[in-house]
Design a binder for this molecule. Sequence first.
Ligand SMILES: Cc1cc2nc3c(=O)[nH]c(=O)nc-3n(C[C@H](O)[C@H](O)[C@H](O)COP(=O)(O)OP(=O)(O)OC[C@H]3O[C@@H](n4cnc5c(N)ncnc54)[C@H](O)[C@@H]3O)c2cc1C
Length: 304
Amino acid sequence: MYDLVIVGAGPAGLAASAYAIRKNLGFLTVATALGGKALYRVSIPGTTEHRVLRADQLLTDFRRELEYLNERYCIGTADRISYHDQVYTLHVRIGGDTRQIQSRMVLIATGTRVRKLGVPGESEFGGRGLGYSALSYSHLLSDRDVFLYGDSQRSVDSALEVALHARSVVLVLEQMGRYHEIYREKLRGAENVTLLENHTIQAFHGDNYCHSVTLKEHDGKTEQINADAFFLELRPTPNSELVAELVETDESGHIVIDTRNRTSAAGIFAAGDVTSTGFEQSLIAVGEGANALLSAYERLMWAV
Ligand SMILES: Cc1cc2nc3c(=O)[nH]c(=O)nc-3n(C[C@H](O)[C@H](O)[C@H](O)COP(=O)(O)OP(=O)(O)OC[C@H]3O[C@@H](n4cnc5c(N)ncnc54)[C@H](O)[C@@H]3O)c2cc1C
């Protein structure tokens, strides 16, 4: 039996693993893939990448350490976690088999997933002028024309943030029920933001980079919009299903944590985008991973 199983190996899970190595814990990291969303990049023509804040070097070092100790990680997908007699049992799919792994504690660092629109050009231009995280790049967008598509408050906040830098922002907003009017009001004062409603995306176009998008209105009319950068700012879904019946989650499914990354269940910790912290940034995920691991260590050593 392990002291701790860390589920996920993005920035949060890798930082937790690095601390677990240093604390000499009996741990195993289980992840569908090593690296997580920190591997994603968006190139915007004419911008310099070094101005984007990431934890690249640190994460490469953490990952190498884990890969070197190959008995400390396993590539697989955790499907279920059950709890009995102070022991957590993880059901992990590895290839075609399911393995049961037992542990005293669990650290959930499974991140979030984002809905794909499934339109032509979305995959082709993903990372080449078309991205999913405008907030990380807004400061690079001075005097540019930017296109955003969204479905939530996150999309509205991103449009307002990007509008502080960009020449113009076109925001296509999906209907958001009772919140729609509040968000529309928020955008009203932003002079360089054009809000389009009742439009759907037909396709993205470009060459090396995405340069334009075709929109369709409800009456069937189409129009093409050119821009320097495109972002799909869709509401992310936390990968918290694994522990949804064991821990408290908020209304959007994010795991509620305290200041030490403890969840409502004794022995379950959570870190990174899957938590209710709210800022989806690599450096925050790294910090939360370290915090969660030190809390787990404290519990193991001193039963607090
Ligand atoms: C396009 C894009 C660009 C971004 N740019 C930046 C940037 O410039 N700067 C910045 O700070 N942030 C950026 N972000 C945000 C940043 O990538 C995330 O905040 C960060 O990766 C979150 O780390 P995490 O460890 O919580 O989750 P993730 O990175 O999502 O990692 C989740 C891990 O969990 C694993 N996993 C999930 N479910 C299971 C399961 N059931 N079983 C086993 N393993 C599982 C995955 O394989 C992965 O290893 C960007 C995000 C995107 C999408």
